[in-house]
Design a protein around this ligand. Structure first.
Ligand code: PLP
Length: 409
């Protein structure tokens, strides 16, 4: 009997005669040809993820704008895929969510018009404003002091406000960006009138309400997201009652990608239906700005097994990759799946801790984790490497930031 394929198999990430392939290329062959650590991008996947999301939003009958949160992956090769998806302003096109002047400049260099770029940053400085105002992109501000700062510099413009909706959703508690306790983001209901007054003082028009509930949430995070959406809709009603012509509700990003067999991804139709239920009657454009959902599963990170060693009760599998390249567990506590390139569907009979080559005890990628038997010299792939890994890489310990190959199907 042929066993079921592992949960992660999809077009472009497959198993041929037991060996892992990405975009039709043998993964181990790529690792040996280019050296490790190596990011391998399946560019077609970025486009597929965007089209799937657009289809769900269109299916719910919502006027929408999809923007890619560039912070997830600012590589020009990746941005080129999103830029190529539709003529500027068309429903099939994908805009950019930027959070720094550098991202705004990168978007413009890569062919986006300023009116396709939405900026939502935090703790924005005068130097940041030099670029944002110079480029003329729409800005969502997340503090009253920021509204005042912006208004002093550019009275009469249109702005958005990032609200704290009082509820959140995330892969874990650390990744909730709003909820019971204050976070560094957003204007809560108790200060909304002050925000409106600050905008008025500077003749600023508030035309957008923005929120971001948190990051990495999966199917079971939808109720938390819906609670945040409810809080945001209350803010929209208050803003409108105060005369603000809210034309866009920006629901942020946050949709996660499953990383293990027991994690359930988001049902996009249920997500879109939730948006339609709360926003459908408001006569607004719904803007979504996911990073991870569009990018995370579009790359793998290849590395070599350099150590297999038992220490007391634990078997450590050491890789030539560090958290400087793969911070998914170190920073976010995201689960990660590791696949042995030459034995991609072999039974997972060993329990190990997978660790990196940075001199910090926390430089591990998985603990108590089941994998097939491996030996030093084996090539392995860490999945879900397309978002927030290469973008966040550093040369800590003077380890290189990893090279990349970009494949198309
Ligand atoms: C304002 C805003 N929008 C979008 C995103 C993208 O989030 P994700 O990659 O989880 O979809 C973030 C992430 O922090 C954010 O802060």
């Amino acid at each position: 009997m042929i066993g079921a394929a592992p949960w992660w198999v999809r077009p472009g990430l497959e198993i041929e005669r037991g060996r892992l392939t990405i975009a039709g290329h043998d993964a181990e062959g790529l690792a040996r040809e280019h050296g490790t650590p190596l990011f391998v991008y399946d560019l077609t996947r970025f486009a597929e993820n965007a089209r799937r999301m657009q289809a769900a939003l269109a299916g719910a009958g919502l006027p929408f704008r999809l923007r890619f949160a560039m912070k997830a992956n600012p590589m020009p090769e990746v941005l080129g895929v999103f830029r190529g998806l539709g003529t500027p302003g068309s429903a099939r096109s994908v805009g950019i969510d930027a959070c720094s002047p550098g991202e705004v400049e990168r978007a413009i260099e890569c062919g986006w018009r300023p009116d396709e770029v939405s900026f939502t940053g935090t703790n924005v400085s005068e130097r940041d404003l030099d670029v944002l105002l110079g480029r003329g992109v729409h800005v969502n501000l997340d503090a009253i002091s920021q509204i005042q700062r912006y208004g002093r510099r550019a009275p009469g413009r249109a702005i958005g406000v990032r609200v704290d909706p009082g509820a959140g959703a995330g892969y874990n508690d650390h990744l909730h960006y709003s909820g019971d306790r204050p976070t560094k983001f957003g204007i809560g209901p108790e200060r909304l009138d002050d925000a409106i007054a600050a905008a008025r003082r500077h003749d600023l028009t508030i035309d957008t309400a923005h929120f971001h509930a948190g990051s990495g949430w999966l199917a079971d995070g939808l109720p938390g997201f819906e609670a945040a959406l409810t809080g945001a809709v209350e803010a929209v009603h208050r803003l409108r009652a105060a005369g603000c012509p809210i034309a866009e509700v920006n629901v942020g990003g946050g949709l996660g990608a499953p990383a293990r067999a027991d994690e359930r991804g988001i049902d996009l139709d249920a997500y879109a239906a939730t948006l339609a239920r709360h926003l459908g009657g408001l006569d607004v454009v719904v803007a979504c700005e996911p990073g991870d959902y569009l990018s995370k599963d579009a790359a793998i990170l290849l590395g070599e097994v350099v150590t297999v060693e038992r220490r007391r009760t634990v078997t450590f599998v050491g890789l030539d990759i560090g958290w400087n390249l793969n911070c998914a567990y170190f920073i976010y506590r995201f689960a990660q799946e590791l696949v042995v390139c030459r034995a991609a569907d072999a039974p997972r009979t060993e329990t190990v801790t997978v660790a990196g080559h940075i001199n910090e005890a926390g430089d591990v990628f998985a603990e108590g984790y089941a994998i097939p038997p491996v030996a030093e010299g084996d090539m392995v792939a860490l999945l879900n490497a397309g978002g927030y890994l290469q973008a966040m890489s550093s040369t800590h310990c003077l380890r290189p930031t990893g090279s990349a190959v970009f494949l198309e199907r």
